[in-house]
Design a protein around this ligand. Structure first.
Ligand code: MOS
Length: 747
């Protein structure tokens, strides 16, 4: 392994380069930007779920103190292009993203119908309450279960027989039905909401009639820049997007949303900068969510534990105006060796806002059903669920019929089983006790595509020996800048302290959105390329100008700690800074692009995780305590064991939420959430989060990219919820197939 590892820097648990800024409050988030003449905008949301705006009385609001404008569909500045939505998925979902104040139609409860702009936030809030809207209400449908018969195959799949959302059959269709040993169960997850700490916010500022600057909470700097340029029909370079710090985002920043357009419209109208911060309640309806999903798994196996067939069906919720889809069934098609696999995916439009990916997106939903079903089947045949998974392990992708680039799932499973103490798991559920508490163990496996996109990085070496790298990626929390500094240090041969990585601005070279667990693979590869290009430039400079280095090429030189030397002539050693100084150069600059090649036609690439949970359940109260979680991942080279570990811990906490506490509840009489703040929508708190131990296989995937990395963000949560649900079954003998597993479901 040592050959591949760049042990000087990559692999170390380096502290975050921006950690001090974050904990001291020096880090500036979008809502914290103050511009001269700032104004404040507050959105008014619809109180009906479907219908039309009949009348809008804004007089009182307009006359309230400090109010500068009240905008709605009849007086809002026209958006000439109106594409909206920096949607990274291809093909894009069928439908039209919601356009702010476009017409009188209401598609969901809470839809923005007006925006009030005032000179202070308080005055804007006050005036927003004075806007009187009357509606012509139509009958709405928001109840998933009652409307499930209206589910259909997504239009994109209907149009294209090769679309991955089409029904998939390997071997014989629904083969489990005729088998001797089989299970067939339904699984449900409710709508979940991202709820990052930082509220979605934007400061919009028209610097000229055709020149827009936004300080915006987004995961996609370039995507947002392109979307606004098209919306407003102005050159891309006239739109500046700044997102230097992002206070958590789990998919809610992968899209541009109506509140951003509302702020930009308002700034145009009042000709002053506008700040708009969503309320926590608005975060439930305006920036996407994990859609409610129904799933059914049928599975058959031989008595000795070979899966013979799986059928996995899923129906996910979407809105009436857009067809949101996700990869709920992907894991089922490739994870286990089964000769017969059938998957069927459908979507159900309701009078709600459009969902979006939420960490681990469809795969986390799908894994809950698949990995619960695995546990159920293992129980039926009386086999240890770890052994059952090992027996159905596959060393080749059965879906694509390709070899894996790398797959160390077995190693991860063994590692985790040891660390959790899997041998303590009782074979008969409900038989292990700790005082009054029932004790159980469960596991769940996760996978997610080891994605990589095209990214560009600029690197400037200064004559003081420091390097500044720039890329328009964001850091939504994983520590992107830190990882990039480590990759640069390694590939340049320079101490991390001498390297600065700047991100979060559209002025920097382009990067994909920070999503799909792809940033380190995409941007890290461009950092690698930029560093190698700098080394080339240094090599050329010394070879051309320094007798001791005559004829030297980069591959013959050693680059170490800011010096380059020629191994054959140890006397020939010079610092990077001196190479520049001797040529009277202030700096040298390179910009390099990196993109995947054709390796994906030859290999199938995934990251893997396995999560083990120990739970304690009180038989009288139904209270569940997660006593321990051990998460192990095969995510290629681990650039920073500390920040990567942080991500895994965060994902595990998200998984505890998914399993035990999170879920929205809607009052279908109004199509409105009753869970609309963090008092009602329960994310796990410290008291809910036990010791979480993280281990990495840490073997590089050099087929994927030159740094050998695979993504972590999604696999951190995928598989956690079923691990906990399976542990609850092991503790109690009760199988809960509808999340979250609240105490009432156990007693
Ligand atoms: Mo993630 S769901 O790609 O933010």
């Amino acid at each position: 392994m040592k050959d591949y590892f760049f042990q000087d820097s990559v692999g170390k648990p380096m502290d975050r380069v921006d950690g001090r800024q974050k904990v001291t409050g020096a880090a500036k988030y979008s809502a914290e930007y103050e511009l001269p003449n700032m104004t404040h905008a507050v959105l008014v949301g619809s109180i009906i779920a479907k219908g039309r705006i009949k009348s809008m009385d804004t007089k009182k609001a307009e006359n309230a103190p400090g109010v500068l404008a009240v905008l709605y569909h009849q007086n809002a500045p026209k958006v000439p292009g109106y594409v909206q939505a920096a949607h990274p998925s291809e093909p894009k979902p069928v439908g039209q993203p919601l356009r702010a104040f476009y017409d009188d139609k209401v598609y969901f409860n809470g839809q923005p119908v007006a925006v009030v702009v005032a000179d202070t936030l308080e005055r804007a809030m006050y005036a927003a309450h004075l806007v009187k809207v009357t509606y012509e209400e139509e009958k709405h449908a928001t109840d998933f279960t009652k409307n499930v018969s209206k589910a259909f195959l997504p239009t994109a799949a209907q149009r294209n027989p090769k679309h991955p959302l089409n029904d998939y059959v390997r071997g014989k269709k629904d083969a489990y039905k005729t088998a001797d040993i089989k299970i067939e169960q339904e699984y449900v997850i409710p709508t979940e909401v991202h709820n990052p700490m930082e509220l979605q916010s934007i400061v919009a500022h028209w610097e000229a009639n055709d020149k827009l600057t936004v300080y915006d909470k987004t995961q996609a700097v370039i995507g947002t820049q392109n979307a606004f340029a098209k919306d407003w029909d102005i050159p891309v370079e006239n739109v500046k997007v700044i997102a230097t710090f992002v206070g958590g985002a789990f998919g809610n920043g992968l899209h541009t949303w109506p509140h951003e357009t509302a702020a930009i419209m308002a700034a145009k109208k009042v000709n002053r900068p506008v700040k708009l911060v969503l309320t926590r309640e608005q975060m439930f309806t305006m920036v996407g969510y994990r859609p409610h999903a129904w799933q059914k798994v049928g599975m058959s196996a031989t008595p000795d534990g070979k899966i013979t067939a799986i059928t996995h069906e899923a129906i996910g919720q979407t809105s009436s105006y857009e067809e949101f889809t996700e990869s709920t069934l992907q894991q089922t098609r490739m994870m286990y060796t089964s000769p017969n696999v059938t998957t069927r995916y459908r979507i159900l439009p309701l009078d709600v806002s459009t969902p979006i990916w939420m960490r681990g997106p469809g795969e986390a939903t799908g894994a809950f059903a698949l990995e619960s079903a695995l546990d159920e089947m293992a129980h039926v045949i009386g086999m240890d669920p770890l052994e059952f998974r090992m027996r159905n392990h596959t060393d080749r992708d059965p879906e694509k019929d390709l070899p894996w680039s790398t797959k160390y799932l077995k190693e991860a499973m063994q590692m985790g089983a040891e660390r959790i103490g899997w041998s303590k798991r009782p074979n008969i559920p409900g038989t292990l006790k700790n005082g009054e508490w029932l004790v159980g163990y469960g596991m769940g496996v996760g996978t997610f595509g080891a994605n990589r996109g095209r990214a560009k990085v600029r690197a400037v070496l200064h004559d003081d020996g420091t390097v500044v790298l720039q890329c328009a990626t964001t850091d939504i929390g994983p520590g992107t800048g830190t990882a990039m500094v480590q990759i640069a240090a390694q590939n340049l041969g320079l101490a991390p302290e001498k390297i600065i990585f700047e991100l979060g601005s559209s002025l920097y070279p382009p990067s994909p959105s920070q999503g799909g667990s792809a940033t380190v693979a995409s941007v890290g590869s461009a950092v690698h390329a930029a560093c190698k290009a700098l080394q080339q430039r240094l090599a050329t400079l010394v070879a051309d100008n320094d007798a001791g280095f005559k004829g030297a090429t980069a591959d013959k030189l050693t680059f170490d700690n800011g010096y380059l030397s020629l191994a054959a002539t140890p006397a020939a050693r010079v610092s990077f800074a001196d190479v520049l100084k001797r040529q009277k150069l202030k700096e040298i600059e390179v910009t390099e692009e990196s993109k995947p090649g054709d390796e994906r036609t030859k290999y199938s690439m995934y990251s893997y995780s396995v999560h083990f949970a120990e739970v304690h359940v009180h038989p009288l109260t139904g209270q569940i305590k997660v006593a321990k979680i051990v998460s192990c991942a095969d995510a290629g080279t681990i650039v920073n064991t500390k920040t990567a570990g942080n991500q895994m811990i965060g994902g595990a906490v998200g998984g505890i939420g998914m399993a035990l506490t999170e879920g929205t509840v809607m009052d279908h009489r109004f199509g409105r959430y009753v869970t609309k703040d963090l008092a009602e929508y329960h994310v796990p708190v410290h008291a809910d989060a036990p010791a979480i131990d993280v281990f990495f296989v840490n073997k590089p995937d050099l087929i994927n990219n030159p740094n050998g990395t695979k993504g972590i963000g999604e696999i951190a949560i995928i598989g956690v919820a079923p691990a906990i649900a399976n542990a609850v079954f092991n503790a109690t003998g009760k199988r809960i197939r509808e999340l979250p597993i609240t105490p009432d479901k156990l007693i």
